[in-house]
Design a protein around this ligand. Structure first.
Ligand code: CP
Ligand code: NVA
Length: 309
């Protein structure tokens, strides 16, 4: 069991330094290679991961569950539908209890404040598996995917086209830490909320023109117009976001070898056209697979620190 003095959580992208990311990305490469070679590697033998879901998931659940298993450990799936969390047990109490029985915890929930309250009361590392504000594991996979296809992301230009959601806010943090330019294009009324954060970020530009965002970009990325928890806004959002669809015309403005990414799940014909997501520039399946590899490196790093093998 990890001692309270040394626990590190991963609640937002900013929780790691550029140097930590260099290490985790290199570990990801090594662990992915071991996986492709069918090499048994069980550094987390007998360790248990609790996965708490307050929202739906396919990729996050599967990649964490398969990942801990491949590292020699075991996963326990918990949802608010069938635990006492769904009946109002205080998050602080749940954190105290769960963290006495397992070695690491992943949570997908609503507000970031819930995750923070859980982490403060946890004896073991806590990982953000998506909140309303952030989705750091996904952007970690996206950065690794960019590295695999095009090399380091430092100095490159990324275009975010769509909602100012958890993915957009995580990309903003990533730009600052990893040193790439980020152009965020959102419709009027759906802009980045904390305008103050943009003032401090010379690498982030905001525009209401998706064409301007994509011009010369090395990576174009988007996400659903309506995130989980905001379903009641769906119809209004469909109208407001109609011009924020990544189609072949927008992609043509980016670099000729620009990549397209989407965290998935997607709505073809809304935030992205079918020819783009299924086209030659799209790396969405690698991006999804890489959730598995980056999270194995992340769990290994949080539980065992830096290794040399
Ligand atoms: N991208 C992502 O987090 O997918 P899931 O919602 O399926 O976990
Ligand atoms: N922004 C989306 C991401 C889903 C993986 C949501 O929060 O629903």
């Amino acid at each position: 069991m990890t001692s309270t003095q040394t626990i590190r959580h991963y609640l937002k992208f900013q929780d790691f330094s550029a140097d930590d990311y260099n290490y985790v990305l290199e570990r990801t490469r090594i662990l992915k290679q071991k996986f492709k070679n069918y090499e048994t590697y069980h550094p987390l033998h007998d360790r248990t991961l609790a996965m708490i879901f307050e929202k739906n998931s396919t990729r996050t659940r599967l990649s964490f569950e398969a990942g801990i298993f491949q590292l020699g450990g075991h996963a326990v799936f918990m949802s608010t539908r069938d635990t006492q969390l769904g009946r109002g047990e205080p998050i602080e109490d749940a954190a105290q209890v769960i963290s006495r029985m397992v070695d690491i915890i992943m949570i997908r929930t609503f507000g970031q404040d819930i995750l923070q309250r859980f982490a403060i009361n946890s004896r073991v590392p806590v990982i953000n598996g998506l909140t309303n504000e952030y989705h750091p594991c996904q952007v970690l996979a996206d950065v690794f995917t960019f590295h695999e296809h095009r090399g380091p992301i430092r100095g490159k230009t990324v275009a975010w086209v769509g909602d100012a959601n958890n993915m957009a806010y995580t990309w903003i943090e990533a730009a600052q830490i990893l040193g790439f330019k980020l152009r965020v294009s959102t419709p009027p009324g759906y802009k980045i909320k904390h305008a103050s954060i943009l003032k401090h970020l010379e690498l982030v530009e905001e525009t209401d023109d998706p064409r301007a965002a994509c011009e010369g970009a090395h990576l174009v990325t988007t996400d659903v117009w309506t995130s989980m928890g905001f379903e009641q806004e769906n119809e209004a959002r469909k109208a407001a976001f109609a011009d924020w669809c990544v189609d072949s015309e927008l992609m043509a403005l980016a670099q000729p070898d620009a990549l397209f990414m989407h965290c998935l799940p997607t709505h073809r014909g809304e935030e992205v056209s079918a020819d783009v997501i299924d086209g030659r520039q799209s790396v969405v399946w690698d991006e999804a697979e890489n959730r598995l590899h980056v999270q194995k490196a992340l769990m290994e790093f949080l539980m065992l620190g830096r290794l040399n093998h």
